[in-house]
Every structure is written in C-alpha cells, then in structure tokens.
Design a protein around this ligand. Structure first.
Ligand code: HDD
Length: 751
C-alpha cells in the first residue's frame, strides 16, 4: 500500500492561498471616495500649454538611434592603433628598461591593452544566460487595424526589422545547448513607433502564477548554492522540492518533461508570448490576445539519450545549427498566430486568462495567422549584439497593452531593472542593438556611458525656451487602456488560480503514445536523481492528480509504491471545456515535408562503392540536405572501382547524434573495415536507438546486422533492402522528412 497523503509532507497552506476569503487584508477599512475628476480641468494640459506658449519644434534628428552601420568596425587594410587612434609600432613587446630589465609603468600601450582586457566581461543574465540570436524581419499578412493600432500590423506586406534571441534558462553562459530546459524565444521588433519586445518561451505556460515567486523558482532550479551543481539541469533536489510544493507548476512540468524540453533545433520549436496581452485599436477598443510562433520546419525534438550524447559531441549544437542554416541561406521562418477573444468570453472559461499556468485551448479560440518572421542574417559580433541585447516586457508600442496577469506585472519591472546592472547603467537603450529605429527625444539626461549629445539648455517640460519641445503626442502616442478596476488592496490570488491539474491532464491526454512514454521516462529520470526520497514521493503523489497511468508508470520505474494523491487546493475543480487538444502534440506540426538543412552521414572507408556514394550524395544535396562523408579518419581514401573520396568528418569528431540520418553504401572491403570498427557499430546503434532514418545499400546492410539491427518491414525509417541508388534514395529522403521513427522504440532498448 502506498504511503498516506498525510505522511507526504506537502504545503498544507496551499489551498488557503487562493480566493477572496483567503486573501490577507492588511487592515480592515473603507476606502475614501474617488477624487473629484473636475478638479484641475480648468488648467491647461501639458501639451496644450506647450502648444500655446512655445515655438514649434524643429525637426529633430537623433543620430544615436538604430544605426548599426554607424558603429560597425572593420580593421581590414588598417593600421593597428590604441583606443585613442595612435598607431602602434610594436604589438609584441612591452616597454622595458633593457632587454632583460623591468617593464616600465609609462608603457601606456601595454596598460591600455591589459586594462581593457581586464574588463571585457559583463555579468551574465541571471536566467537565460546562454543564448543565440539572429536578425530578420516580420511581414504582416493583412491589416489588423480593426483589432490593433500597432504600426507593424497596419498594412499587408509591411516589413518590420527584428532581432531574435533563443536561450536556455538554467545553465550558465558557457553551458551546453541540449540541456532539458525551457527555451527562451525573445523577439525585438524595431517598429516605426518604437521597440516592441515579445519576450516569450517555447512553452506556452509558466511554472508560477505570481512574480513574487520568481526568485524562489530560479534559486531552486539553478545549481545548488553550496557546491554549485548541477550545471544546466533540473534533475536535483532543490528544483523538485520547490515544484512539488507548488502544484501550480504541474502543467509546465508536463511540457518541460516532454520532448519540448529537448528541441532538435531552435528552428524547429514554437514560441509563445505566454501571457494574455491586449490589442487596442485606434478607437480605443480592446480585445485580449495570445501570441503564437509556429515554425515552418515543424516541431521536432531529440530523445534524451541523444541530447546527453550531443551535449558532449557539440555543446554548441543549437547555436551552430542556427548559424549554419542562416549562413547557407536557409534562414528559418515562423508564422505569427494570434488568439483573439473578449473579456466576456474569458469570463466564461473554466480557467483564468490572467493565470500564466494556463493555455487557452485552440479548440476554444482558434489561432489565426497574421504574419511571418524570417531570420536571414547572423549577427556581426556576438558580444555587441547577442550579449548586449536587452529585452524588456515593458517595451510595448501603441496598439498593445498589458493585462493584470500578476506574473507579467513583476516582469514589467524586472527586465528594465536587470539591464541596469547587467549593462552598466540606465543608458542601455543607446547600445546600437537596443536603440530603436524610431527617433528618441525626451528630457532624460546623463548617466553612465551617455552617447547622445543633447543640445540646448532645456531638459524639462513644460518649457517655453525650447518651444515646448519635445512635446507630448497626446492620443497619437501610447495611451494606457483605461481598464476599470475595483477591489481592495490585498495579497492573494483569484479563485480559478487554485485549479492546478486540469490542463496538465489535458496536455498528457493530448500526446501520442511515444510522447507519453518520453514524459514518463523524463519524470522517472529526473526523480531518480533526487537524494531525498520524500520529495520523489510528493511529486509522484502530485502526478496522481494528473493521470494515474502516468503516476503508476513513473512509480514503477522508480521502484516505489504508488502514494495517495496529493491533496488539491481546489476540492471540486470545474469541468474543463476541452479534454483532448491535438495541437498540443509535437506531431501536430510535421513541417513542410522537405529535408532542407537535414544532416545526413554517409559512412565511408577504403573500398566503398564510389558510384553509390556519389549518387546518394547528389540526390540528398539536390533535396537540400547537408551531407558529410564520415570516415574512420578524415582525408582522402580510395573508392571501389577507382577514384578518390575525401572524408570530411570522422567517427570520432562527428558521432551519430549530430546527424538526422545515415547511409551505409556497399563495397565489400569498406564494409569489412567498418564492421571491425566498434565506433561504426556504435554509430549505427545510437542512430537506431534515437529513431534516425537509416539505409544500408548492397553490402552496407551487413553492417547493420553486425550492429544487431535486424530488418523490420514495419519500420519506415530502416531501409535495408537492396538500396540501388534511385528508388532507395527517394525512399530514404521520404523517411528522412518524417524526422524520426519513434515507433521502433522498445523499453528497454533492444539495441
Ligand atoms: Fe524572464 C530573461 C522569458 C518570467 C525576469 N525571460 C528572460 C528571457 C526570456 C524570458 C526569453 C531572455 C531574454 C534574452 O534573450 O535576453 N521570463 C520569460 C517568460 C516568463 C518569464 C516567457 C513567463 C511567462 N522572467 C519572468 C519573471 C521574472 C523574469 C516572472 C521576474 C519577475 N527574465 C527575467 C530577468 C531576465 C529574464 C531577470 C534575465 C536577463 C534579462 O531578463 O534580460 O529580468
């Protein structure tokens, strides 16, 4: 029998944290009435007084804004100088008193160089420290003027420049790319009415409902403070201790433990704005909106064993993938979709749209495509752009507004605040990558690293000495949506926030069989790493509220009895509107059916069938795939039938995790060599276990047998028949386009 719920320590106060009754009023007392709105109406507004008392503003130009070209530096053909532009005669030796004598303090060249070097690093981001970014544009499909006044949605075909940074959350700046983690998906739109930052993730929900808990969450998931371990991993006591005491995190846990937590590529994941935002049109009418980015390449992931191995083979796997795709002219593309709904609709939902742990199922409100985003240019400089870019949820533009999501409220403060220490002062908006394309004119002045040279003696408003400029835009500028508010000042959560499990169940029930298996395995793996059994116990008890199938399977893998369910904060949860949502499965977005940018290894050795190699490579390259000839070593080798091939990768420097598929061509001598090479057998076993598309041509099929991989007519990704180029390659390409073949998985793995 399982332990009783009482025996599992849980947060017994949890239920009491929700609802009006539970909210802690600091004091009882009535509010005084509203201030008489007519008071002050007779005095001029600031803009009116400016208009009336000052001269018209001269057209202003702010050279600091948005001019990346202005600051690009290229030393080609130039003499080496100091930072003062003084040509340097000798960059090899410090100034000394005699060749074997002491270095001299007056060596300003040495001192400048070393001093600058000593200060080359800035603090890394407290979360999302590791990231990769690219430039591109957003293109609007059709005017959305009935919904929003935001200028980027004003016209069909209108293009707005963007800079996008993808990231992991928990790991440090130098950590691996393929950790199990949430991925940041932050988009800076340089609109012509200022910058809009949509700072989202690849998962549409969040761990917590209130920003008050964010420092706790981050302290729990980051490396434990006493010994600084583990790096870029959630599989440790403090994370699971916290989340198991915070049942509101359960829905997000389902996503992170699913294959969404280990994407194949930044290019193959969705992005979400997470919070409910507002669209506001020119008439001041507002509707609620959720933002979705859907990748044209589809949503694809790794499997855990693969992610672990790739983190060793190439810790920069995602960064390299993004860079190489853009470099090769295959920049990724996403479609922006919006779910638009009214406050009345939201009122009727069984969940609260201000609760960031909930999605709005697509069955309730469809996702309507409104534009596309293409990333087509790599940064010139990692530090200047990717590291110094400052995304802030506070950066919104006319036509958009916030809602009262309490998580968003804290974010509106946090991002601007963090940049001040990270980037060294309040002028981070002047760093070229952050500067808007729109003109910036205000009376903020001075501070560390000020770039703009403000002219004139006026730095206040209203003024008459500068003709009232810069002047207020009035209703042409940003106007906060006048949301009517009611309620006492208090600390608490709305009632519906207390329901924590319905959507976790919805997510689990919407997955295919293999996706569920991966979720079970991920929970079991992470919980197996804990050193404090009661935490494991409490988490499995919580999973019972999601699905007994899930909880039982995890408990089985952990060799523990099924505990009683964790007591729920909400005793009688509302019936959800949607019980299965196919859009929540990775399989809902298979992609465009092509194999462009997919990586294929052709295993080669002395005596390989040269004609087959050429034919397969040609067909794959024609289809857009990236082909590498993987040898026992790099360099030239003789093919069967004469002719030389050049292996451009080796079994050591390119293990199978780095590829989406592999081909073993014929050639008896080559196959015999590979068969005697444990690395080649391991390559195939890993590729097979990770669900990759595999083809053996002629004698090449024997290598599979040697690796213990038997032909299976039900396995669409295993082509071991007579693979004469032509039909064989066509079948391979078709199977490769399916990304993976998880149906071949067995527990435990056969191979
Ligand atoms: Fe955050 C960075 C996404 C909640 C505080 N966050 C950061 C980045 C992304 C997100 C993508 C990296 C941006 C970049 O590439 O530079 N964060 C989210 C999402 C959240 C979320 C989708 C929930 C819906 N974050 C959240 C909360 C707080 C923060 C509740 C604090 C109250 N986040 C930060 C931060 C960071 C940050 C400390 C670290 C570095 C930075 O901002 O620029 O301010």
């Amino acid at each position: 029998a399982g332990a009783t719920a009482a025996a599992i320590p849980h947060n017994a106060n949890k239920a009491a944290e929700y609802g009006e009754q539970a909210a802690r009023h600091p004091y009882a007392g009535a509010h005084v009435g509203a201030v008489d709105p007519s008071v002050g109406a007779s005095s001029l507004s600031e803009s009116e007084s400016s208009d009336k008392t000052g001269d018209a503003a001269a057209p202003g130009v702010n050279e600091v804004d948005g001019r990346l070209a202005r600051v690009r530096a290229d030393g080609g053909g130039q003499v080496l100088t100091t930072n003062q532009g003084v040509p340097v005669g000798d960059n090899q030796h410090s100034l000394k008193a005699g060749l074997r004598g002491p270095a001299l303090l007056k060596d300003f060249i040495l001192r400048e160089k070393i001093t600058h070097f000593d200060h080359e690093r800035i603090p890394e981001r407290i979360v999302h420290a590791r990231g990769s970014a690219a430039h591109g544009y957003f293109e609007c499909y059709k005017p959305l003027t009935d919904l929003t006044a935001a200028s980027l949605f004003a016209e069909k075909g209108k293009r707005t420049p963007v800079f996008v940074r993808f990231s992991t959350v928990a790991g440090e700046r130098g950590s691996k790319d393929t950790a199990r983690d949430v991925r940041g998906f932050a988009v800076k739109f340089y609109t012509d009415e200022g910058n809009w930052d949509l700072v989202g993730n690849n998962i549409p929900v969040f761990f917590i409902q209130d920003a008050m808990k964010f420092p706790d969450l981050v302290h729990a998931v980051k490396a434990e403070p006493h010994h600084g371990m583990p790096q870029a991993a959630s599989a440790h006591d403090t994370f699971w201790d916290f989340v198991s005491l915070m049942p509101e995190s359960t829905h997000m846990l389902m996503w992170v433990m699913s294959d969404r937590g280990i994407p194949r590529s930044f290019r193959m994941m969705q992005g979400f704005g997470v919070h409910t935002f507002r669209f506001v049109n020119a008439k001041g009418e507002s509707r609620l909106v959720k933002f979705h980015w859907n990748p044209v390449l589809g949503t694809h992931s790794q499997v855990w064993d693969e992610a672990v191995k790739v983190s060793g083979a190439d810790p920069d796997f995602h960064r390299r993938d993004l860079w190489e795709a853009i470099d090769a002219g295959n920049g990724p593309e996403w479609e922006l979709g919006v779910q638009v709904f009214t406050e009345d609709q939201a009122e009727g939902f069984s969940f609260d749209v201000l609760d960031a742990t909930k999605i709005v199922p697509e069955e309730l409100v469809p996702v309507v495509p409104v534009g596309r985003m293409v990333l087509d240019r790599n940064p010139d400089n990692f530090f200047a752009e990717t590291e110094q870019v400052a995304f802030c949820t506070a950066h919104i533009v006319p036509g958009l507004d916030f809602t009262n999501d309490p998580l968003l409220a804290g974010r509106i403060h946090s991002y601007v605040d963090t940049q001040i220490s990270r980037l060294g002062g309040p002028n981070f908006h002047e760093i070229p990558i952050n500067a808007p394309l729109a003109q910036v004119h205000n009376n903020q002045r001075d501070g560390m690293h000020r770039q703009a040279i403000h002219r004139g003696r006026v730095a206040y408003e209203p003024n008459s000495l500068a003709g009232g400029c810069p002047f207020q835009a009035g209703t042409d500028g940003f106007v906060s949506f006048p949301e009517p508010l009611a309620g006492d000042e208090l600390r608490g959560h709305p009632e519906k926030f207390a329901e924590h499990y319905n959507q976790a169940t919805l997510f689990y029930n919407s997955q295919t069989g293999w996706e569920r298996r991966h979720i079970i395995n991920a929970f079991a793996f992470e919980l197996s790493k804990l050193t404090v059994p009661p935490i494991r116990q409490r988490m499995v008890a919580s999973l019972r509220n999601v699905s007994d199938e899930l909880a039982q399977a995890v408990a089985d893998q952990l060799g523990m009895a099924l505990p009683d369910p964790l007591p729920r904060a909400m005793k009688t949860p509302p019936k959800p509107e949607v019980e299965v949502s196919p859009a929540l499965s990775l399989t809902a977005r298979p992609g465009d059916g092509g194999v462009a940018t997919r990586k294929v290894a052709i295993l080669v050795a002395e005596g390989v069938d040269g004609k087959a190699v050429a034919a397969v490579a040609e067909a794959l390259i024609k289809a857009g795939a990236v082909v590498r000839l993987v040898g026992q070593r790099i360099g030239p080798l003789q093919a069967d039938g004469g002719g030389a091939l050049d292996a451009d990768a080796s079994l050591d420097n390119h293990p199978s995790g780095l590829f989406d598929g592999a081909v073993v061509p014929g050639g008896a001598a080559a196959v015999a060599r590979l068969q005697a090479d444990g690395r080649a057998l391991e390559f195939l076993r890993d590729a097979f276990r990770h669900g990759k598309t595999l083809m053996g041509m002629g004698e090449g099929a024997q290598l599979f047998a040697a690796a213990g991989i038997q032909p299976d007519p039900d396995d669409g990704g295993l082509l071991l028949a007579d693979g004469a180029a032509g039909k064989g390659v066509a079948a391979f390409i078709e199977a490769l386009a399916m990304h993976r073949h998880p149906e071949r998985e067995t527990a435990p793995p056969k191979v």
